[in-house]
Design a protein around this ligand. Structure first.
Ligand SMILES: *[C@@H]1O[C@H](CO)[C@@H](O)[C@H](O)[C@H]1NC(C)=O
Length: 313
């Protein structure tokens, strides 16, 4: 009897161990499967295709903006960050000069940077096309500072003050994001002139980590950042120049409708020269802008530069 009992308890122990092993095995298997489906290449592909499509329709809409709203920059334009252009620039000794204003607290921007060897030819073409008509009423983006705004840790609309230590922690978090981002191969989709007079390059992604994913990673890495960000999540754009007033000369004298036609023609010329240009982006910058729009206006700033660390491009 004792032997039978002993045997029964032995069997129970074996069964119990088997039961625990099976449960553990299936939970681990399930977790592995879930994880795999999260990061599967086909999921990334879906993100890329959706982002590409919404970028294309966003750029279509931006290209229509000048005709929808008219050339507001001939009256009282605003920047893409809703700052009035007349508050930003002054005509001094016959040349356009930015009026730098301290940003308090400093703006903390995360931008992808385009290297000067890639931006110089673009900058030269933009100058060629626009300078003859807009001499003294145009501001050109510094070609060493061509950048794609990704995500703000703090901006002028919703300032998020930070201590030195908090800024260091943010920079480290952004560095960790940069380590996981793959360099972006991109192509200039189209040049657009906005109703506020900004000449923009709008880019598409050929390969690498999509801006949609980069912004999502930055949002997670910077939990204190403003909920409302300045740009559409899929947008990949860089400012080339800002028009501040009427052209000095027209090909022929004309009324308002021919003015718009003339702007269209300049944009077409820019597109003929620049659309289809390819570039590779390899750096994410964490920038403290001590002046309002420092990146755009050669203001005071502190930049921390991080290489994009993922090797698959
Ligand atoms: C353009 O930016 C570079 C790098 O910050 C700077 O050295 C240079 O002075 C700037 N150019 C102008 C015209 O401000």
């Amino acid at each position: 009897m004792a032997r039978v009992l002993n045997r029964w308890s032995h069997t129970k122990t074996v069964l119990l161990i088997w039961f625990i092993c099976t449960i553990t095995f299936y939970s681990l298997l399930r977790m592995a499967l879930l994880n795999a489906s999260h990061n599967s290449p086909s999921d990334d592909l879906t993100v890329d295709i959706v982002a590409k499509d919404s970028r294309a329709s966003l750029y279509d809409k931006m290209a229509r903006d000048l005709h929808d709203k008219g050339a507001l920059f001939l009256k009282q334009g605003e920047t893409s960050q809703s700052l009035s252009l007349s508050d930003i620039f002054a005509l001094k000794d016959g040349s356009v000069t930015p009026m730098l204003k301290a940003a308090d607290p400093p703006v903390r921007a995360n931008v992808l940077h385009l290297s000067p060897d890639q931006s110089s030819p673009i900058s030269a073409a933009v100058r060629d096309i626009f300078l003859p008509y807009f001499n003294k009423v145009i501001w050109f983006q510094n070609s060493s500072m061509y950048h794609f705004s990704m995500y703000h840790a703090s901006h002028h609309i919703v300032p998020v003050p930070a201590t030195e230590a908090e800024i260091e922690a943010e920079a480290n978090a952004v560095r960790a994001v940069a380590d996981t981002v793959c360099p972006l191969n991109i192509v200039l989709d189209r040049v657009v002139l906005t109703s506020t007079g900004v000449v923009l390059g709008c880019w598409q992604v050929l390969s690498g980590t999509d801006p949609l994913t980069i912004r999502a990673k930055l949002k997670t890495a910077l939990p204190r950042s403003p909920a409302k960000q300045l740009y559409n999540n899929v947008m990949l754009h860089t400012s080339f120049a800002r028009l501040l007033g009427r052209p000095n000369t027209y090909p022929q004298e004309g009324d308002k409708t021919s003015e718009l036609k003339f702007f269209d023609e300049l944009v077409t010329r820019a597109n003929n020269r620049l659309s289809g240009i390819q570039a590779t982006v390899t750096e994410l910058w964490y920038v403290e802008e001590y002046d309002v729009l420092a990146l755009a206006l050669n203001g005071r700033m502190k930049t921390r530069k991080f290489q994009l660390g993922c090797s698959k491009a």
